[in-house]
Design a binder for this molecule. Sequence first.
Ligand code: ZN
Length: 142
Amino acid sequence: MLEDLYRELIMDHYRHPQNRGRLENPTVQVELHNPLCGDELELQLIVKDDTVEDVRWTGQGCSISQSSASMMSQALKGMARDRALKLVANFQAMMHGEDFPYPEVELGDLEALSGVAKFPVRIKCALLAWEALSKALNQSES
Ligand code: ZN
C-alpha cells in the first residue's frame, strides 16, 4: 500500500513538476548529468542571507531523476542554507540505506523516494538533483 502511494507521488511530480523553469537572477547555478541513465539537470538558486529564497530547475531524463528534482525544489524554498545541507545529508543517507545523520530535519514527501535505494542503478538518478544542490550551496557560501 505504502509503495503504491509512493509510486503515485513520484509519478505525480513527474507529470506535474514543481518549480520547473529558469530564474532571471540566480545567485548560483549548477549543471550536472548522469551518463549512466542520460539524465540532465540544471539547478538555479537565489541564496540570500543564508536562506534559499527561490529555486528553479530544468532538465530531462527518467521519472526518478525528474521527480527527485521536483520534490527537492518544493522542500527547499525558504529553507535556511544550513538546514538544506542537512537535508542533502539525510537524503544521501536514505539512498545508501544508512541512518539519518540529522533526524531532526524531516524528509517529508521525499521519503517517497526511499524505495529507490533497493535499485542500485537508479540511485544516481535520484541523487542527481541533490549533488547539484550540494554544489550550489557550497558555491553560495560567503
Ligand atoms: Zn535516470
